[in-house]
Design a protein around this ligand. Structure first.
Ligand code: FE2
Ligand code: FE2
Length: 350
């Protein structure tokens, strides 16, 4: 190509690109030199010893108001750039309410789950059910169900929340509504109401509407079942003794978008390494240990954790969980596996 031809080609291409762009279009030939690098969620550890003091101080300095209706501390990743969450499809956070504080009743398209960590005399009103939150209890708030929390105790309450808000935003499906004509939804149903009407024995028509309904799983039941399985040596090579929180209504995952689990590792136990699709965030309920994790089977990173810390296992990372202490480890986790199952993208390798 002569110089004149080459200049003419460049000018025409520039004009074409400007025209394409002005019409809100983009041609594949317009790519910048080198493809933009996709930010990746990396394995990370969030320490309770760092999170809790920050949250408690915020409890003194930042009152709940119309702008900040929930006092939450989000776990983020890739701090050098626009922070990603602990997982791409759901946010993981700690939530805090002072003694005497109330969060307004509201509902949103996003689904959330709460795992109670500390506090007493605290309850969430979920579709009218007064669900008290003892440490270890798991509460679900499926999409578009009413909820609001009251701390009748004197001490601050803290719980772990996972919420698929980032997925809702990605789908352009984020809506939020406050309870009409009242700050708090009235309590009309006793603690345990929904779960007791969704089990193997249930009265037909006892619940209004098709659901899904907000459910509370009691820690006492979870812990007893874990102990029974431990006594019977019902063990998974990759997860130790593990329970899934199933939706009692249909036996499916905890919610449409998130699957919750509780697992127990015996003193000194190390699970076999494996990798699978899906993104998981863990909260250490009890004990001390380590996650050996990496892109390769060499498991190049060690995340050493203790009670109440949180860590993540991003998709397709090799990982092994190790109990490094002399007492049982109990781990709670949330993953977006239901999405991978629904899209037939779940894969596992060991
Ligand atoms: Fe909410
Ligand atoms: Fe795993």
């Amino acid at each position: 190509m002569s110089k004149a031809e080459s200049d003419n080609h460049r000018q025409r291409l520039q004009a074409l690109n400007a025209d394409v762009q002005s019409r809100s279009l983009r041609g594949a030939w317009q790519r910048e030199r080198g493809n933009p690098k996709q930010e990746e969620i990396r394995p990370a550890l969030w320490r309770w010893s760092e999170m809790a003091p920050l949250l408690l101080e915020a409890g003194e300095l930042a009152p709940l108001d119309d702008v900040m209706r929930m006092r939450t501390l989000h776990m983020t990743n890739s701090p050098d750039t626009i922070p990603l969450g602990a997982a791409r499809t759901f946010a993981a956070m700690l939530q805090h309410v002072n003694g005497g504080e109330v969060t307004d009743s509201h509902r949103h398209t996003a689904t959330s789950v709460y795992l109670a960590i500390q506090g007493s005399g605290i309850y969430t009103t979920a579709e009218g059910e007064q669900q008290f939150m003892e440490p270890g209890d798991l509460l679900t708030q499926p999409s578009w169900t009413w909820h609001g929390t009251t701390n009748t105790g004197s001490a601050p309450a803290i719980w772990f929340t996972a919420m698929d808000s980032s997925l809702m935003q990605y789908l352009d499906n984020w809506e939020n509504e406050r309870y009409p004509n009242s700050f708090s939804e009235p309590i009309t149903k006793p603690d345990g109401f929904h779960l007791s009407r969704l089990g193997a024995l249930r009265a037909p028509g006892a619940l209004a509407g098709p659901g899904p309904f907000p459910v509370k799983y009691r820690w006492a039941d979870t812990y007893r079942t874990l102990q029974e399985l431990a006594a019977a040596e019902v063990r998974d090579p990759f997860d130790g003794i593990v329970l899934e929180y199933r939706n009692p209504q249909d036996g499916g995952p905890t919610t449409a978008t998130m699957s919750c689990r509780m697992q127990l590792l015996r003193p000194g136990e190390a699970t076999q390494a494996h990798r699978h699709t899906g993104n998981t965030v863990y909260h250490v309920v009890r004990g001390q240990g380590m996650t050996k994790i990496g892109r390769s089977r060499a498991l190049e990173t060690d995340l050493a954790w203790s009670e109440r810390d949180c860590f993540n296992v991003p998709t397709w990372h090799w990982h092994s969980l190790v109990n490094t202490a002399a007492e049982d480890v109990i781990l709670f986790s949330v993953s977006d596996r239901p999405l991978f199952d629904a899209l037939r993208l779940y894969r596992e390798e060991s």
